[in-house]
Design a protein around this ligand. Structure first.
Ligand code: ADP
Length: 399
C-alpha cells in the first residue's frame, strides 16, 4: 500500500495545525487556500490558491488527492454532493456536514433524535416572531442558520422591530430561547468510516462576545452522570449522521442537564488543548479518522489542561513578548497562526497543563494576555511557579 494523499479545503489555522500531524504520519498533505498568504500556506508546500465556491476549482483539486477534508464548513453542499457522485472520498460527507452548516436542519434532526434542544423556531415572518415570543418571551436569540462563526450572525432580540429589521435583510432566521446557562461545555469525538469512535473528556468553555476565549479540560466539577449523558449524545449524533473525522458538540449546561448549541465537523477551538494535553491531538485524530486508520487514544495526559486564545489587541508584535513568557514559564506551550493582528482576532493560543486548576488557568491566561499585549501584571499569581520550580519538578526539558 502507498501512503495516501489528503487534501484540505481552506487554508486557515486548522489546516495549518493539521500539517505537523500529516508530517508525523508520513502522509502527503495539500491545501486549497483562499489566498496565497493564508495561515496554512506558510507551512505547507503543496498549495493551490483558489475559490472553494467554484466547482471546477474543487474538482481539479480533488483529482490530485485521495481524500478531501475541511478547514471550515462553508463549501457549498451541492458541490460536495457532486464530488461524491464523481467518486471522490469527501470526509465528512455532505449528508453529515449539512447539520454543521445549517442550524435549522440541525435543530430538526436533534428533535428527531430526542436530544436536548433549546426551544427554537424557524422564522420567516413577523407572525413567526410573535408566535415564538408567545412561547418564550423577550429577550430571545436570533441567528442566521448558515455561515455564522465567532458569534457573527447571533443577536439578542428585545423587540419585534429588531427582529423584523433583520428579517428584511435575510429571508430565514433561527429563533432560540435565551438559555440561562450555568456555563458552556464542549465535547469532541473522532469517528472513522469503519465506525470506530473515540471521545475526549468534556471541557468547560468560556466565550467572550461570542468568541471562544478559554477551555478547561476536563470540565471542573462535572458530574459523572452529566459527562456520561453528554458522551452518549455525541456518540449518537456521530453514529446516526455517520460523521467521519472529528466533530465538536457545543452545549449549554443547565441545572437539570445540558442543551445542545451547535456542531462543528472538523477540528475545533475547544479541542486545541489536546495538542499538548491528550495522548492524541484532535489534528492527528482527524487525519487518522478521514483515512480510516485505527484511532488514537483520546485520554488526557494531564490532570488539568487549559487553552487560552490569544486575541489580537493593540500590539502587532507578537514575537517580542516571547522572551518574558518563555522565561517565566518554560512549561507553557504557544501556538501561533501566522496571522496579522486585528483587535479581537484569533491569532494563536496557549496551552498549559498541570495539577492545580487555578494555577494552570492563571499561567495560561497570563501567557496569552502577555503575548497579545494586554496590560497584565508580569507576576500575577503569588503561587506561579518560577522556571526554577518547574525544572525541579522535571516539567521542563531544560536543565
Ligand atoms: P457561532 O456559530 O457564531 O459560534 P453560536 O450559535 O455558537 O454562534 O453562538 C455564539 C455564542 O452566543 C454562544 O457560545 C453563546 O455564548 C451565545 N448563545 C448562542 N445561542 C444562545 C442561546 N440560545 N442562549 C443563550 N446564549 C446563546
Amino acid at each position: 500500500m502507498t501512503f495516501p494523499r489528503i487534501g484540505v479545503i481552506g487554508g486557515g489555522q486548522l489546516a495549518r495545525m493539521m500539517a505537523p500531524a500529516a508530517e508525523a504520519l508520513g502522509v502527503r498533505f495539500s491545501v486549497l487556500a483562499e489566498t496565497a498568504d493564508a495561515p496554512a500556506t506558510q507551512v505547507i508546500n503543496e498549495v493551490t490558491v483558489g475559490d472553494y465556491t467554484d466547482y471546477p476549482t474543487l474538482k481539479a483539486f480533488a483529482e490530485t488527492v485521495d481524500v478531501i477534508t475541511f478547514d471550515h464548513e462553508h463549501v457549498p453542499p451541492e458541490h460536495l454532493q457532486a464530488l461524491v457522485e464523481a467518486g471522490h472520498a469527501v470526509r465528512p460527507g455532505p449528508d453529515a456536514l449539512i447539520f454543521a452548516q445549517d442550524k435549522i436542519r440541525m435543530r430538526q434532526r436533534m428533535d428527531e433524535l430526542g436530544l436536548p434542544n433549546p426551544a427554537w423556531a424557524e422564522i420567516t415572518s413577523a407572525a413567526d416572531v410573535e408566535a415564538f415570543v408567545s412561547r418564550v418571551g423577550y429577550p430571545f436569540i436570533l441567528k442566521t442558520p448558515r455561515g455564522g462563526y465567532d458569534g457573527k450572525g447571533v443577536r439578542v432580540i428585545d423587540s419585534l422591530d429588531e427582529a423584523v429589521e433583520w428579517l428584511n435583510e435575510v429571508p430565514q432566521l433561527l429563533a432560540e430561547e435565551k438559555v440561562d446557562f450555568t456555563r458552556e461545555l464542549a465535547v469532541m469525538v473522532g469517528r472513522s468510516p469503519m465506525g470506530q469512535t473515540a471521545v475526549w473528556p468534556v471541557v468547560e468553555t468560556w466565550q467572550q462576545n461570542g468568541v471562544c476565549k478559554e477551555a478547561i479540560a476536563p470540565a471542573p466539577d462535572l458530574s459523572d452522570e452529566k459527562a456520561r449523558a453528554i458522551t452518549e449524545a455525541i456518540l449518537t449524533v456521530a453514529g446516526t449522521l455517520e460523521v467521519t473525522g472529528v466533530m465538536a458538540m457545543e452545549m449549554f449546561e443547565t441545572p437539570e442537564g445540558f442543551l445542545i448549541n451547535e456542531f462543528a465537523m472538523r477540528p475545533h477551538n475547544t479541542g486545541h488543548w489536546t495538542q499538548d494535553g491528550a495522548v492524541t491531538s484532535q489534528f492527528e485524530q482527524h487525519l487518522r479518522a478521514v483515512l480510516d486508520l485505527p484511532l488514537g487514544s483520546p485520554a488526557a495526559r494531564e490532570d488539568v489542561s487549559v487553552m487560552v486564545n490569544i486575541l489580537g489587541a493593540d500590539h502587532e508584535d507578537l514575537y517580542q513578548p516571547y522572551l518574558h513568557v518563555m522565561a517565566h514559564d518554560p512549561a507553557v506551550k504557544v501556538h501561533l497562526y501566522g496571522k496579522g493582528v486585528r483587535p479581537g482576532r484569533k491569532v494563536g493560543h496557549v496551552n498549559a497543563y498541570g495539577e492545580d486548576q487555578q494555577l494552570v488557568l492563571a499561567r495560561a491566561r497570563h501567557a496569552a494576555d502577555f503575548i497579545a499585549g494586554v496590560d497584565v501584571d508580569p507576576h500575577p499569581h503569588p503561587q506561579m511557579p518560577t522556571p526554577k520550580d518547574l525544572r525541579a519538578e522535571g516539567e521542563s526539558g531544560t536543565s
